[in-house]
Design a protein around this ligand. Sequence first.
Ligand code: BTN
Length: 305
Amino acid sequence: MKSQILNILRSDNKIVSGEELSAALKVSRVSVWKHIQSLQGSGYSIVAGPKGYRLDNSPDALFAWEFPERESSIHYFTETSSTMDAARDLARKGCPHYTIVIAGRQKKGRGRLSRVWLSSEGGLYFTLVLRPDIPSAHASRITFLASVVLAETIRKLYNIDAKVKWPNDILVGGKKISGMLSEMEAEADMVSFINIGIGINLNNDPTAKEPGATSLKKLKGKEFLRKELLSVFLDEFEKRLDTKSFDDVISKWKQYTMTLNQPVKIVTTRDTYEGIAVDVDENGALILKLENGTLQKVVCGDCFQ
Ligand code: BTN
């Protein structure tokens, strides 16, 4: 209902009477008024006068009704502990492929390797529940696809030279603007679900606790529409997932990466390696040439460069 009201108010861009709205939506004028009040409470500037309603301003809101074609797949929280937790609960209860959990803020945002992901107002924080029909050994390809699509979306929308740092960080001017976290459950070696959590520093101000991080607002000195970035990313990622072919994912990733042919230090839960990052394999594992000339494959770790 709210998406329909907004659609009418936005497309007419003038005063629309309560009568017109109730006829178009086939509900009573009282019901229209209640939805208008609820929208006003959610930050929409809707002026109600004797002739009807006029939408003066919309917040950069990520409510499900702002994505009409996806409304039933979106779970929006103004604040939650972590979208990863909500997405895992939904996935275990059998929610459909491409369910999207979004949060305005996270109290316990999680990063890779048990780190904290500070998630203050203004950033974009979401987790996608995906059910691809692939063996669990190939699951990392999905996260690599997500990082390629996000880098391309940022490049196209904002004309910014976004780079990918192994495995899936997005950096601009050497500073991190986005990170991804994936969690998977499998059955008989096939993916049951893979949840990809993405945090993007858009209009938030990363703190001194995150020295290697920046936000697009900090870089460009203006605010960006979270809704636009999310909706373009979701459309493009869904399209590319549907092609069933991941053949060109790694080659695209190589096109945008800043990691290959560079000296790097990789810290895993067990070891630390130093060498030149010479390649990634078809599942995104990093191939390092160590100082003694041997090749070392690393599947998961932190990359310092
Ligand atoms: C990293 O770079 O360490 C990964 C960061 C992932 C952060 C996102 S924000 C949305 C989702 N919810 C979380 O708690 N974490 C991921």
